[in-house]
Design a protein around this ligand. Structure first.
Ligand SMILES: *Cc1c(COP(=O)(O)O)cnc(C)c1O
Length: 334
């Protein structure tokens, strides 16, 4: 695989790439609309993988360049991002501070004990669960101060790894999709959007490659346009790091929030249907927080004909299956 845009940028290899692009014929037949392929970024290989591993290749290179010995990561209690950051730190011999915000209402015991948070403990992170009312940014700054106080060098990873450096990971993914999708007539790339780094990287990469593929970004929380504003803020920095001048079409900045449900990490019936259907038809595990909602969006867009028989979809599987174990009651009796 050739990476014309990102080849010369500082990166530590952490991900198994290129990830496979595979057809989902049974699902496509079930929906009766577009051809569907899946980009297996759940298989990036680092401690159950997922999309954050690509971002961390660039973020960890930055951390090492700054002489960091401790990384501080933030997310929800079931953060896939924190789990992958803790794994990257372990692999590179750095300490990890995991700041987990208790922001999803109505969760039970396994939400706090299993899935991603279990793996954070297993991989040796110092885990801090903080209440929703606590300001995570100042909490992380206090932790950084403590690290400096003991003679260490902290590196604060932004929420979701989503800044221009992290988003470079999804420029690299766009490079792979452009190459792998060249012969199958791809019309749209569909993915889940949360902290905006994945979308920013894909949008920047597709624009820099002058790719004709559409980008359908499905929001995983009702944000009133905040995710889009984050994308608009990150994209110029990504293009700057790439050293290219490209026009990102406005529809690639758009976030479809129709499938986000009542809030981040809160289940919807459509998500449960999508996760269950894909598991049974393809033996493929989506997740309850991100890819399940994005797939529910794809189901609806296919059923309403907005994505039709003439279309060929690449659904980016951004990972997250460890989160299934935090929501057992949704799937146990299905
Ligand atoms: C973080 C995450 C996303 C969203 O990516 P962003 O770059 O934060 O928008 C999607 N899927 C999974 C499984 C994730 O963990």
């Amino acid at each position: 695989m050739h990476y014309p845009l990102t080849e010369r940028l500082k990166r530590v290899p952490l991900a198994h790439t290129p990830t496979p692009l595979e057809p989902l014929p049974s699902l496509a037949e079930h929906l009766g609309g577009p051809a569907i392929y899946i980009k297996r970024d759940d298989c990036t290989g680092l401690a159950f993988g997922g999309n954050k591993t690509r971002k961390l290749e660039f973020l960890m290179a930055d951390a090492l360049a700054q002489g960091a010995d401790t990384v501080i990561a933030v997310g929800g209690v079931q953060s896939n991002h924190v789990r992958q950051t803790v794994a990257a730190a372990a692999k590179l011999g750095l300490k990890a501070e995991a700041v987990l915000c208790d922001i999803v209402e109505g969760r039970d015991g396994e939400y706090f004990a299993s899935g991603n948070v279990l793996l954070d403990h297993l991989m040796g992170a110092s885990v801090h669960v903080i209440e929703a009312s606590v300001d995570a940014t100042s909490y992380m700054e206090d932790l950084a101060e403590t690290v400096r106080g003991r003679g260490g060098t902290p590196y604060i990873v932004p929420m979701g790894g989503s800044n221009p450096i992290g988003a470079l990971g999804y420029v690299r993914c766009a490079e792979e999709i452009a190459a792998q999708g060249a012969d199958i007539g791809v019309t749209h790339v569909v993915h889940a959007s949360g902290s905006a780094g994945t979308q920013s990287g894909l949008a920047s990469g597709l624009a820099a490659l002058d790719s004709p593929f559409g980008l359908v970004s499905i929001g995983v929380k009702p944000s009133n346009g905040a995710i889009r504003r984050d994308v608009e803020a990150i994209v110029p920095g990504v293009l700057d790091l790439l050293g290219v001048e490209a026009e990102v079409p406005p529809e690639h900045l758009h976030v479809n929030e129709d499938y986000s449900g009542p809030g981040y990490g809160l289940p919807t019936d459509e998500m449960v249907e999508a996760v269950t259907t894909v598991a049974r038809l393809e033996g493929l595990l989506l997740d309850p927080v991100y890819t399940g909602k994005a797939m529910a969006g794809l189901f609806d867009l296919a059923r309403t004909g907005k994505l039709g028989a003439k279309d060929t979809i690449v659904f980016v599987h951004t990972g997250g299956a460890p989160g299934l174990f935090a929501y057992p009651s949704l799937f146990r009796g299905a």
